[in-house]
Design a protein around this ligand. Structure first.
Ligand SMILES: Nc1nc2c(c(=O)[nH]1)N[C@H]1C(S)=C(S)[C@@H](COP(=O)(O)OP(=O)(O)OC[C@H]3O[C@@H](n4cnc5c(N)ncnc54)[C@H](O)[C@@H]3O)O[C@H]1N2
Ligand code: MOO
Length: 404
């Protein structure tokens, strides 16, 4: 049985980022940059006022009260044509260009206007409330980097940098194939001991949440011809995920058919629970992840494998380090040789610490607890008994994308 960390390394070594495409800003959220992004302007382009008030020469207001002549008004995007002379002030609004000659802004709360004269009772410091040109960024500054996923703030920054188009990785296309003659699609008539296909929906939804594009290949029967046809339909995808038929039973055909078709198996059988029969291989250029059929194995694999795989296909930096640490909410017995992923709730204790509490029942077929869980507590192979209050590694379900 291969340790999970080794499996992740083999997966990382086998995956390459998908090609890039150009998208407009309104399609950019959640995408991963395939080039650095440079500012196409300087922001602010000129010195501007940070407040509503009066632009002055600080030296004219060094002794207060001081009265100056108001010679014009400046608003955002609309400066005044002439420079400020001695004894002069300009009415100025937030964001307006500061007139030449002015070197401080006095806010209007500290000024008294009478006719076209303004009196100040507070002496401003040199440069007060003036944002110099380029305070935010300068033309040519590289503010966003290749491999970065774009959140809402990043998209806004690109817009402010006057960059309307971005070169990003196209969404990885993930073909999803359920296998099992017992399976029916939700809503189909069910007879006998048919099972409803839930796994395809979990994986397709997770692929979407992780920035990919799922391709639904439906259900293959437990027959070689059916699997073969489905494998052919996956050509052109960036990744094929098969669900079920991964174990050692007579009807577990994913591996035999993959090998018959000239594919290779890079690993199978992991020291993990659930998810032991997980397989990773290749069919020509197509990476193949074979997950066991148990719905909980699929849910766990979505976090443990799918997330880093989609990150690697999208060229996302640093996404293989997803573990966090929280405190354990209950005592746990010592572990055997498989790394356990325990469905757990996450809550704050009375002191404000985050606490992860595993459910007492962890059967691999119980989808209900998978859906209710907030995170997975990781129990490394041969971990000694753990006590409530100890720090433990966890994987969260709710940290898919770059969000805001
Ligand atoms: N002798 C052994 N038997 C088993 C071993 C083993 O090492 N030796 N491993 C066990 C482990 S661990 C797992 S996990 C399962 C995985 O088996 P398969 O990958 O072959 O999964 P299936 O048999 O196809 O299905 C298992 C279970 O899940 C249901 N299922 C399948 N697909 C779906 C779907 N798309 N949606 C919802 N539910 C699905 C299926 O009906 C079965 O109930 O093997 C153990 N056995
Ligand atoms: O590894 Mo299986 O997924 O334990 O249930």
């Amino acid at each position: 049985m291969l340790p999970v960390a080794d499996a992740l390394r083999l997966i990382r070594d086998a995956l390459r980022p998908v090609p890039a495409e150009v998208v407009s800003l309104d399609q950019a959220w959640g995408r991963v940059l395939a080039t650095d992004v440079e500012a196409r302007l300087t922001h602010p382009p000129v010195a501007v006022s940070a407040m509503d008030g009066y632009a002055v020469r600080a030296a004219d207001v060094a002794t207060v009260p001081a009265t100056l002549l108001v010679v014009g008004a400046a608003a955002a995007g609309q400066g005044i044509a002439r420079a400020l002379g001695p004894g002069e002030a300009v009415r100025i609004l937030t964001g307006a260009p500061v007139p030449d000659g002015a070197d401080a802004i006095v806010i209007q709360e500290d000024a008294e206007l009478e006719g076209n004269h303004v009196t100040f009772r507070v002496a401003p410091k040199l440069g007060r409330f003036i944002r110099p040109a380029g305070l935010d960024f300068k033309m040519g500054d590289r503010l966003l980097k290749t491999g970065q996923a774009l959140g809402a703030r990043d998209v806004a920054l690109c817009a402010a940098m006057n960059v309307p188009w971005l070169t990003v990785r196209r969404r990885p296309r993930v073909a999803v194939l359920a296998t099992g003659s017992e399976l029916r699609m939700p809503g189909e008539p069910l007879d006998g001991s048919r099972i409803v296909n839930s796994n395809s929906f979990l994986v397709a939804s997770a692929v979407r949440a992780l920035g990919g594009e799922p391709i639904a290949l439906g259900i293959a029967a437990d027959e070689e011809a059916s699997l073969r046809a489905a494998f052919e339909a996956a050509a052109g995808a960036d990744l094929l995920i098969t669900l079920g038929g991964a174990s050692v039973g007579d009807r577990d055909l994913v591996r035999p058919v993959l090998e018959q078709e000239g594919g290779t198996v890079i690993f199978q059988n992991l020291a993990m629970r659930p998810g032991k029969p997980t397989l990773f291989g290749r069919l020509g250029p197509l990476p193949v992840l074979g997950l066991p059929g148990n719905p909980v194995s699929v849910g766990v694999s979505a976090v443990v494998f799918l997330k880093p795989m989609l990150a690697a296909l999208a060229g996302l930096d640093g996404a293989f380090d997803q573990e966090e640490t929280t405190l354990l909410g209950r005592d746990l017995p010592g572990n055997d040789g498989r790394q356990d992923y325990l469905r757990s709730t996450l809550a704050l204790d009375a002191s404000g610490n985050r606490v992860a509490t595993p459910y007492p029942q962890q059967d691999s077929a119980m989808l209900r607890l998978l859906a209710a869980a907030d995170c997975l507590v990781i129990r490394p192979p041969h971990a000694p008994p753990a006590h409530a209050g100890e720090p433990v590694p966890i994987l969260r379900f709710d940290t898919a994308g770059p969000a805001v």
